[in-house]
Design a protein around this ligand. Structure first.
Ligand code: ADP
Length: 620
């Protein structure tokens, strides 16, 4: 990561450095070429200004005349004057006239201490050039003045014959003043690599590179320059002409160390001269460095940005992974919990099924118990019931025998009367048998409106024989229209149980009494149902027996609790009755009467006229 970032940074900087170098060097080159072109034009202008002078002067009749008659002092004075004036007017350094041997016969500085007059310049190439009929152009160090000058020479002709040479010397310093104002180092070299003009004073009349022996000899011959001073300037690898693209050179400059330049050159408008420009690359280098550093900073910013983004992305991915893991954990936990829940659900469902089964079994057992208890009750009642049947049977027999006797006697009225009595007695027996049948039948387990008075009456029909046999006074007080929610046979069973128990309890009582009462309970408190629309019926069976001891009260409704001798009681009557009443949505409880004896109370729901039968399961 770090290596990649550093590599990217390095690459960005290297590329920028390369591109910036190319670009800035190109700019530097273009700038340099422009500078060179400008100086070339300046030099050209300067040269052009003076080049035409010598040919014009050569036409001057006074000049020609002075050369024709070099002994004519007046003429020479005139020429001297004229040359002085021309020199002053044109800005040239000196103007002078040589005879055909190269001796100066007149000069603009004729009256100066360094007058050229009388000097022999035949050795100067410009003299030779002009004597050969050409315009001479030559650069040299003045032998008398010691100043560098550019010489223009032209032959003075007299009837096709060259009789002398007119020379215009121009100071190179004018050019140098221009060169020194240049950006960078501008200088001019001649064919032999001598710097003939330079903006820098210490580079003037030195060489581009050390001169070889031949060059030195040639210079010595023409006395062009002072050989001793012709040392190379301290710029390495400087060539006479720079390559097209320019060349990088460096200058050893003492304390500053090396300075780098871009070397450019072009041909100067003076034959054999080369115009040079050394452009410092320092600013370019600093520009390149700035660009490279800028690129580096930008790349660094980009890299840092990328690192920040990358880290943020990594953190996001980590968070996502963590979130996903948490979700998976949650899903696993949910799955596990779901499995647990499903298992406990299944267990609950099993338990519910078991309970339903147990309840069904219980109900079955209960109904079997009821049946058994009913049969037991019948068994208990059997003696009185058989009496109930035997007594009318005996009467029927007597009526039949008497009927036969009356028939024999022809007493038809008495016979009819006896037969009617027999018929009434058989009706009564059939009625009793019907009650017994009904009671013995397995009851339905629906809860429906039942007429209470009728139910009491039918129950009593079955226990009547016992009541009578025991000599008990039984009273019933029940409004004929009272309707309760229950089952007729099951309610009969409850009443038979309660009345039978009362008969049993009153066994030792002198004047046994049983009272059955049914009343509408007050509309207050629990007598109303949730809608407040239904009244309850209170059915009571009271006796004047010994009542209920505290011990008996405690266990009264427990199954198989009995104080009766074996064979007389199963101890199921009250527990079954309690459950039957509960199934009706009612309540059975026992208490002692204030004036002795027991009281069993049953609270039942009163049936409304249109009330439909309900299965027991919907109650409670
Ligand atoms: P069983 O009649 O077979 O004993 P029950 O459940 O009907 O069974 O009665 C349980 C007991 O309650 C009786 O044995 C008796 O001791 C007592 N008992 C029931 N009714 C009365 C009553 N009217 N007076 C006094 N004791 C009673």
């Amino acid at each position: 990561m770090l290596i990649a970032a550093l590599a990217t940074l390095g690459l960005a900087m290297a590329i920028t450095h390369h591109l910036a170098s190319g670009r800035y060097q190109q700019e530097l080159r273009e700038q340099g070429r422009t500078t060179l072109r400008l100086y070339s034009e300046i030099i050209n202008g300067w040269i052009s200004r003076f080049r035409a002078l010598a040919p014009i002067y050569a036409q001057n009749p006074e000049i020609i005349s002075a050369l024709r008659n070099p002994e004519d002092g007046v003429q020479l004075d005139l020429v001297n004057e004229r040359l002085t004036r021309w020199t002053w007017q044109t800005g040239a350094a000196d103007t002078y006239l040589l005879d055909q041997h190269g001796i100066t016969i007149a000069a603009s500085n004729w009256d100066q201490p360094i007058s050229f007059v009388g000097n022999d310049y035949s050795f100067r190439p410009y003299f030779t050039m002009a004597m050969n009929g050409r315009l001479g152009q030559y650069f040299a160090l003045g032998t008398s003045s010691g100043k560098r000058g550019y010489y223009f020479s032209y032959p003075v002709r007299d009837l096709q014959r060259t009789i002398g040479v007119v020379v215009v010397k121009v100071s190179i310093e004018q050019i140098e003043a221009e060169l020194s104002s240049a950006q960078g180092e501008v200088f001019i070299s001649d064919r032999s690599g001598v710097i003939v003009a330079a903006g820098r004073t210490d580079w003037r009349l030195r060489t581009l590179a050390p001169l070889d022996e031949d060059e030195r000899a040639a210079i010595a011959r023409s006395r062009q320059f002072d050989l001793d001073k012709l040392t190379a300037i301290p710029v390495s690898a400087l060539t006479a002409t720079a390559p097209e693209q320019g060349a990088l050179v460096s200058q050893q400059s003492g304390a500053d160390g090396a300075l780098s330049y871009l070397h450019l050159s072009r041909v100067a408008p003076i034959p054999g001269w080369e115009l040079h420009l050394l452009q410092p690359t320092r600013s370019t280098r600093s520009q390149i460095l700035t660009a490279t550093l800028l690129a580096g900073s930008a790349a660094l910013a980009v890299i840092l940005g990328a690192i920040v983004i990358w880290q943020r992305r990594r953190r996001l991915i980590e968070q996502l992974v963590e979130r996903q893991a948490a979700q998976e954990r949650l899903e696993r936990a949910v799955t596990a919990r779901t499995a647990d829940l499903s298992a406990s659900n299944a267990a609950l469902a099993r338990e519910v099924a078991e309970r339903i089964q147990a309840e069904t079994d219980l109900r079955q057992t209960q109904s079997e118990l009821i049946q058994a208890a009913k049969l037991a009750a019948l068994g208990q009642m059997s003696t009185s019931l058989s009496h109930e049947f035997n007594q009318p049977l005996g009467a029927i027999r007597a009526y039949a025998e008497n009927g036969v006797a009356f028939l024999d006697r022809g007493n038809l009225d008495r016979t009819r009367e006896n037969l009617n009595r027999i018929a009434r007695l058989t009706d009564r027996m059939a009625q009793l048998s019907k009650h017994l049948n009904g009671f013995a039948r397995k009851p339905r387990d629906t809860v429906e409106p039942v007429n209470l008075a009728l139910t009491i009456e039918e129950a009593l029909a079955l226990v009547n024989a016992r009541v009578e046999k025991a000599g008990t006074r039984l009273s019933v007080d029940c409004p004929a229209d009272l309707m309760v929610m229950g089952g007729q046979i099951r309610l009969q069973h409850v009443l038979i149980n309660l009345v039978s128990n009362a008969i049993d309890a009153c066994e030792g009582t002198e004047q046994p009494q049983i009272a059955i009462t049914a009343t509408r309970q007050s509309a207050e408190g629990e007598s109303r149902d949730a809608n407040g629309a239904e009244e309850r019926i209170l059915l009571r069976v009271e006796d004047n027996g010994p009542g209920l001891s505290a011990q008996v009260l405690e266990k009264l409704f427990d199954p198989f609790f009995s104080t009766k001798e074996t064979g007389k009681g199963l101890g199921l009557g009250l527990s079954i009755s309690y459950n039957i009443v509960k199934d009706f949505g009612g309540h059975l409880w026992a208490e002692n009467r204030m004036d002795g004896g027991a009281r069993f109370s049953i609270s039942l729901r009163q049936a409304r006229p249109a009330q439909q039968p309900q299965p027991i399961g919907e109650l409670s």
